[in-house]
Design a protein around this ligand. Structure first.
Ligand SMILES: [Cu+2]
Length: 375
């Protein structure tokens, strides 16, 4: 029924091969050789379906109209015709073979991750992506960048609404990039339509995919596997740069990451003021924790614990620091120790201990976070 509707619809619009690519309902052609192959395969199969539809329905309507009873037609009387049965077994068989050959060729090419120039590990978690370059000393998280004000309709939604991140994945053009895709919690799926790459990110498994982007540009995608409350809030953004620009970018990033590590050490001797910690802490909390524990610290009963008046948050400081650093295994509470810097960690813990009327007066310094981290 669905196929019939598609065919009639396509006929109605008078699709020819030239106009099909302009039709927004059709799948995108993409920007890689593989996506081009996938598109061609899709069109080939689609046209085969159109021809079958035209022949079958043509014969059916011809029989119904030209051979109708009111014209005095007598039905033909033949049963168990071996000839007909052979024909209607052989023809579909040949059609299926004709479809399987190009489909298998494309699938094999998509799965061939050998001889990659570059490998990136992609890890999904609720609700963000983490990228780790194997051939370089660089890894980072990539979070949704669309401001809450647009999500809440307080501001106009911009063009890339829910399709923008703070740190996109950057890859070089003209190079084969292999992706190793996995997850820290539930099943996610890393999807960039224009690369024709869509692979599930399963906890405990590593799936492989690859791409080779021909033109520099910004390519956007989304998590394509329903993964919980903020599934719609973990987009994918990939920037493809010419190889020399990629090298420059990478050198800068590596240097920055090194400096950040050295800065961490300086932090250990630092004593921060309450005001500074609270301001930074609120920012970190809203960006990283509020999705679950809610901006007012009340959580969602039965799902995410409230932190307002929470025993751990108002009493046991070391346990509090520990749970934020190491998370709680097997729950949505992640180990933020590798995601958030020492200063931000000190700030967000201080914030939780003093916001929403918790007012413990406790100030947590980066040094104290570091000490718990070393245990
Ligand atoms: Cu997801």
């Amino acid at each position: 029924m669905y196929r019939t509707a598609c065919i009639l619809f396509a006929w109605g619009l008078g699709i020819g091969s030239a106009s099909a690519k302009d039709l927004p309902l059709n799948m995108p052609r993409g920007v890689t050789d593989i996506s081009e192959q996938v598109y061609d395969l899709h069109m080939t199969i689609f046209y085969i379906c159109c021809i079958i539809g035209a022949l079958v329905f043509g014969a059916m309507f011809a029989a119904m109209i030209l051979h109708r009873k009111s014209r005095g037609h007598k039905p033909a009387q033949f049963h168990e015709s071996t000839k007909v049965e052979i024909i209607w077994t052989t023809i579909p068989f040949l059609i299926l073979i004709g479809m399987a050959i190009p489909a298998t060729k494309t699938l094999i090419a998509m799965e061939d991750t050998t001889e990659a120039d570059l490998t990136v590990q992609i890890t999904g978690s609720q609700w963000k992506w983490h990228y780790k370059y194997f051939d370089y000393n660089l890894e980072y998280f990539s979070l949704l960048a669309t401001p809450m004000s647009q999500i809440n309709n307080r501001f106009k939604k911009e063009e890339n609404y829910l399709l923008e991140v703070d740190r996109p994945l950057v890859i070089p053009t003209g190079k084969k990039v292999r992706f190793l895709i996995t997850s820290d919690d539930v099943i996610h799926s890393w999807w960039v339509p224009e690369f024709a790459v869509k692979k599930d990110a399963n906890p405990g498994f590593i799936n492989e995919a690859w791409t080779k982007v021909n033109e520099p540009g910004i390519y956007r995608g989304q998590c394509a596997e329903l993964c919980g409350k903020d599934h719609g809030f973990m987009p994918v953004v990939v920037i493809a740069k010419a190889p020399d620009e990629f090298d420059t970018w990478m050198a800068e990033q590596e240097a920055e990451q090194r400096q950040a590590k050295e800065k961490e050490k300086e932090l250990l001797g630092m004593n921060m003021e309450m005001d500074e910690l609270m301001t930074l802490g609120e920012k970190v909390y809203l960006a990283r924790c509020a999705a679950c524990h809610q901006p007012n610290g009340q959580g969602i009963p039965g799902v995410f614990p409230g932190l307002q008046g929470n025993h751990m948050v108002t009493q046991d400081q070391e346990a509090h620091i520990d749970v934020v650093i190491n998370g709680v295994n097997g729950t949505a509470m992640q180990a933020f120790g590798k995601q958030i810097g020492l200063k931000e960690m000190a700030a967000v813990i201080t914030y939780e201990r003093n916001a929403w009327g918790n007012n413990t007066g406790d100030i947590v310094q980066p040094k104290e976070v570091y000490e718990v981290m070393q245990k």
